[in-house]
Ligand binder design. Sequence first.
Ligand code: ZN
Length: 163
Amino acid sequence: MTETTTHEFMLQFAAEAIGLRAQKDGYEPSVYDAKHDPEGYITSLLNALHQWSHANGIDWEGELARAQGFFEQDISDCEGADSEPLAKPDISELRCPNCGHEQSFVIEVSECLLMFADGVVLHGDSGEEWGDWSSCRCHECCHRGTVYQFRKPKQEKEVITHG
Ligand SMILES: [Zn+2]
């Protein structure tokens, strides 16, 4: 059994979503040319998600920033399948890709707590969890993205690749 990468999963899912949108206009999902998207259903799907976020008080700009971070991570995982995965990020190895600030970041972490009805809260032993996928904001310029995008080695690699 071959392992499906996140990239392959996402492509498959996108094809299904575009097909579903085409179906609303009377296309057979298998007939519509999703690869060239002549009807502009990709724009329509993005618009739909934007309206959904607007109607439900979800931070659309934040969603876009996170989505861009996940995109870069998935493409990188897919292209560098042979290279070693990055170690857990360390705060000292982060830098804002926008302004170069290195001293402080606002990072979203999750933690499991044991909570009792009488108000007692116990911290679990797993502690705070965060990683490349976590939302990250520069404390200096408020640039937003994921921790992955704030990694110094990643930014240095990009300079070499695109330089
Ligand atoms: Zn910054």
